[in-house]
Ligand binder design. Structure first.
Ligand code: LLP
Length: 422
């Protein structure tokens, strides 16, 4: 099995390095838990999408929920990306990082009036609308603001993305999108509202998708609708196929981004829609394998039935294993010689669900540094303060040099907005 995160992540004489930087040394210099990302890996991941889109009108909207750190957003903004956002908070982050509102698509099933107002004032490129109620409210808010809201309708194509039920979003039973068979009526309704201008169509069928076929199925369903909607005189400028491309955590072999895009474009061309602008909303595939979470071994508790390795990172730092039973590779930063044992790598949080990996074959001593791989997406972004634990620091490796882009949170930060009773 190749190391997830290769070639940016590699061993040199045993020492695990990201972009040529020793992870053991970074952990000792900056402390743990510590997220470390390779900017080069992120930029190369965008380049893979770009290669296949060259010469086509397109916009890559980084789904920033995967990793919303300002320096990461800045990296993608400077690379010419737009952003897929799901809250006003995400919009403020984009703007703070130097991103342009005109390259932002605003997704999400529950946009509030205040969020709509803010996004209209900032001038987002389009609202990906998910219900009739949202169309009505957005039109009202836009009229009150004296503006017109550009809208795309998020269609639920009812295709199975073949992924974990919690991250599958394009099935009839999911809360997302407007049902395919109601979409035409929704477009008519949208076109009739005074505050809206219809500009596109979108979908997003799930996350960690490892095959091209579900995308092609969803695309076909979208193109059927594009044809039906335009037959009614409602023009659609762009097609947004969402995000969702998977990465390697273990032995998965998802298609490369350029392969996925090439297959999508072939289908789009075959159906005569090659002139349309294509939008994509990748998150995980741009950042997931660009990052690791570093953690120090605190204690070893060998037992009769299980061996526990207690580390200083926990479910509050990296929620994916606890929440989805996600398998993420765990490697010793500087492996020692000796006989490996099977360890459950667990955190200090008071929950039995607080584990990062189970039954991992490792040779360990307290004080060793471990790296949880493929942690660049949905790692720090889902971190919490459970158990009053301050969140980790973040390092971005820029041209192979470590830059501290988020200081470790302090306990005082956690209490800053609280008040004792008078
Ligand atoms: N667009 C929309 C509308 C989305 O809801 C999402 C992700 C994306 C794009 C980006 O999807 P990606 O390319 O990252 O798969 N926390 C989960 C993943 C949740 C994904 C939610 N939506 C995890 O850790 O696996």
């Amino acid at each position: 099995m190749s190391l997830p995160g290769a070639p940016y992540l590699a061993r040199h004489g045993g020492d695990l390095q990201l972009d040529g930087c020793s992870l053991d040394a970074l952990a000792r210099e900056f402390g743990t838990p510590l997220y470390v990302y390779s900017q080069r890996a992120m930029l190369d991941a965008v380049a893979s999408y770009r290669r296949a889109l060259a010469g086509r009108p397109h916009l890559i909207c980084y789904a920033m929920k995967a990793n919303p750190s300002l320096a990461v957003l800045q990296t993608f903004a400077q690379a010419g990306c737009g952003f897929d956002i799901v809250s006003a908070g995400e919009l403020e982050r984009v703007l703070a990082a130097g991103g342009e509102a005109s390259r932002v698509v605003f997704s999400g099933v529950g946009k509030t009036r205040a969020e709509m107002r803010r996004a209209l004032q900032a001038g987002v490129r389009c609202f990906n609308v998910e219900s009739h109620g949202e169309l009505d409210l957005l039109s009202q808010v836009a009229v009150a603001e004296g503006r017109t809201a550009p809208v795309s309708l998020r269609i639920n194509p009812d295709v199975d993305a073949g992924t974990h039920p919690y991250i599958s979003t394009g099935l009839k039973d999911n809360k997302f999108g407007i049902a395919h068979d109601e979409a035409l009526a929704s477009y008519r309704h949208a076109a009739s509202l005074p505050g809206l201008q219809v500009v596109g169509i979108d979908c997003h069928i799930g996350s960690q998708i490892t095959q091209v076929e579900p995308y092609l199925d969803a695309l076909d369903r979208l193109l059927d609708l594009v044809e039906a909607v335009e037959a009614e005189g409602i023009a659609l400028q762009h097609i947004d196929v969402g995000g969702g491309l998977g990465i390697q955590y273990a032995t998965e072999a998802p298609p490369q981004a350029d392969e996925l895009v090439t297959r999508l474009l072939q289908r789009i061309d075959a159906r005569g829609h090659g002139h349309r602008e294509l939008l994509m909303e990748p998150g995980r595939s741009l950042v997931g394998n660009a990052g690791v979470l570093l953690t120090e071994v605190l204690y070893l508790k060998p037992g009769a039935t299980k061996n526990f390795c207690i580390v200083d990172a926990a479910m509050n730092d990296l929620m994916r294993p606890a929440m989805y039973e996600a398998w993420m590779a765990i490697e010793a930063c500087r492996p020692r010689g000796g006989t490996a044992a099977a360890w459950d790598v667990v955190g200090p949080v008071c929950e039995s669900g607080d584990w990062l990996g189970r039954g991992r074959e490792l040779v360990l001593q307290p004080g060793d540094m471990l790296a949880v791989l493929s942690a660049g997406a949905y790692g720090m972004s889902m971190a919490s303060n459970y158990n009053s634990r301050a969140r980790a620091a973040e390092i971005l490796l820029v041209d192979g040099r470590p830059v501290l882009v988020r200081e470790r949170e302090q306990i005082q930060d956690l209490m800053a907005r609280e008040r004792l009773l008078p």
